[in-house]
Design a protein around this ligand. Structure first.
Ligand SMILES: Nc1nc2c(ncn2[C@@H]2O[C@H](COP(=O)(O)OP(=O)(O)OP(=O)(O)O)[C@@H](O)[C@H]2O)c(=O)[nH]1
Ligand SMILES: [Mg+2]
Length: 377
C-alpha cells in the first residue's frame, strides 16, 4: 500500500493532486484544515494495482506456462485488495460523516430516493458549507429539479407531428388518446389527425380507427410500417398529428429496422419516447440508450401510479438530458394526463421513498461515497 499526504489551498486542488499521483483507485484516509488550506492523507493498494497493470500491459512478457500457484496468489491478492478497499471505504465514509454530518445525511436521503451516486455527490458538492439539514435538503431538491428538464404544455398549446415510440405496453396508445381528447377540448377536432402505424399488433389499427370515429377526426392507417414516411409526405397541414407506432422492446429484432423507418421521416416528425415509470431504473436507462439514435426530443412518463420509486428514472433522464413532456398517472382517458413539472416529479419521488420506507444501509453508503474519486469532503 502507498500512503501520501498532500496540502493544497482547497480541497479540490488537494484531491486533484492525490488523484494525479495515485490514480482513481485512491481512497481518503483523513482530511483536516491546515495553515496552508487543507491537508489530506490518501492511500492506494499499490502492489495489487501494479500487479494488475503489469498483467494487462502489452509489453509484459507472455506467461511461460500455466501456473496454478501464481493464479491462487493472484486471486488471494484480489481478495485481500477487496477487503482492504472495504475497510478504507468504511474509514473514508466514517470520516466524511463525522466531519460533514449534514452532507452525509443528505447523501443518505438522496440514495433512499434512488438518486444515483454521481448525481447525489454533485448536488451535495454544490451546497454552501454552512447549510444546515433543512436548508441543504431544500437546495438539493431545488438543484435536482433544475437539472430535470421539462418541455411544458407545448404540444397541446401549439401542436406538432409526434410519433410515440417505446417498449410494448408502456402506454403509448393511451397517452395518444388522452392528448387527442385534450386537444379537441381546447381547439376542436378540425386541425387534428391520427396515424395508426402500429401494423404489428393485431387490432391496434382498429383501436385507432375506433378512436378517430369517436372523436370525429381522420385516421390514416398505412398498410406497412415502412410506408409511414411516404404517408407523412402526403399528409395535409393539420396542426397536431399524433402517430401511434408498434411497441418495440430493446431486445426486439425489429428495433433497428423500425428506428431506421422513423429516422427516414426526418424532421417531418418529432419522436417522443414513452417510458413506464414503474419499470426498473436500469431498464429505463437501456431503453433511453437503445432509442437514442432517433434523438427523441422528449419523453413521456407513464404509470406513475404504479411506480414504487422514481429517483432512478429521474437520474437516468437527467444523465441523458432528456426532457419530460407529459405525465400519466392512471388509465383514465383523458383525466390522467398532466404536463410534466420538475418539482412535482421530485416531490413525488421523495413521497414514494417515504411511503415505501426505503432505507439506504451503511454498507451501500460506504461503497458509494467512501471513495476518493467521489468524495468531496
Ligand atoms: N396504471 C396505469 N396504467 C396505464 C397507464 N397508461 C396506460 N396504462 C395501461 O397500460 C396498458 C397498455 O397501454 P397501451 O396504451 O395499450 O400501451 P402501448 O404502449 O400502446 O402498448 P402496445 O401498443 O401493445 O405496445 C393498458 O391497459 C392501459 O390502460 C398509467 O399511467 N397507469
Ligand atoms: Mg399501442
Amino acid at each position: 500500500m502507498k500512503i501520501v499526504r498532500h496540502t493544497a489551498p482547497d480541497m479540490r486542488q488537494a484531491l486533484r493532486a492525490v488523484r494525479e499521483q495515485l490514480g482513481e483507485e485512491a481512497v481518503i484516509l483523513s482530511s483536516r484544515r491546515s495553515a496552508q488550506g487543507v491537508e489530506i492523507t490518501a492511500a492506494v493498494d499499490f502492489d495489487a494495482a501494479r500487479i494488475e497493470a503489469a498483467a494487462a500491459s502489452p509489453t509484459a512478457p507472455p506467461p511461460i506456462s500455466f501456473d496454478p500457484a501464481g493464479q491462487d496468489m493472484g486471486s488471494e491478492l484480489k481478495t485481500l485488495r477487496r477487503m482492504l478497499e472495504t475497510q478504507l471505504a468504511q474509514l473514508a465514509w466514517n470520516e466524511r460523516s463525522r466531519r460533514h454530518p449534514v452532507q452525509a445525511e443528505l447523501l443518505r436521503e438522496l440514495t433512499e430516493i434512488g438518486i444515483e451516486r454521481d448525481l447525489a455527490d454533485h448536488l451535495i458538492g454544490q451546497l454552501p458549507p454552512e447549510a444546515d439539514l433543512a436548508q441543504g435538503r431544500r437546495l438539493a431538491i431545488a438543484g435536482l429539479s433544475q437539472y430535470l428538464n421539462v418541455t411544458g404544455d407545448r404540444w397541446l398549446e401549439s401542436g406538432g407531428r409526434i410519433a410515440f415510440v417505446g417498449a410494448t405496453g408502456v402506454g403509448k396508445t393511451t397517452m395518444l388518446a388522452k392528448l387527442a381528447v385534450h386537444w379537441i377540448l381546447r381547439h376542436g377536432p378540425n386541425e387534428l389527425a391520427l396515424i395508426a402505424s402500429d401494423t404489428a399488433r393485431i387490432g391496434a389499427q382498429d383501436q385507432m380507427l375506433a378512436l378517430g370515429q369517436l372523436l370525429g377526426v381522420p385516421v390514416h392507417a398505412p398498410e406497412r410500417f415502412e410506408a409511414l414516411p411516404e404517408l407523412l409526405a402526403r399528409l395535409g397541414r393539420q396542426r397536431l398529428v399524433l402517430i401511434d407506432t408498434p411497441g418495440t422492446s430493446v431486445r426486439d429484432a425489429q428495433l433497428t429496422a423500425r428506428l431506421s423507418v422513423l429516422a427516414e421521416c426526418g424532421p417531418q416528425i418529432e419522436s417522443a419516447l414513452v417510458l413506464a415509470a414503474s419499470t426498473q431504473a436500469g431498464a429505463i436507462e437501456e431503453t433511453v440508450r437503445r432509442f437514442s439514435p432517433l434523438k427523441p426530443a422528449s419523453c413521456l412518463l407513464t404509470k406513475l401510479d404504479e411506480a414504487a420509486s422514481l429517483g432512478g428514472a429521474i437520474s437516468a433522464l437527467i444523465r441523458a438530458r432528456l426532457p419530460v413532456s407529459y405525465l400519466s398517472e392512471g388509465q383514465r382517458v383523458p383525466e390522467d394526463l398532466a404536463p410534466a413539472r420538475a418539482l412535482d416529479l421530485i416531490t413525488l419521488a421523495v413521497r414514494l421513498a417515504k411511503a415505501s420506507g426505503a432505507a439506504a444501509d451503511e454498507d451501500l453508503l460506504r461503497r458509494r461515497f467512501g471513495r476518493l474519486s467521489h468524495a468531496n469532503t
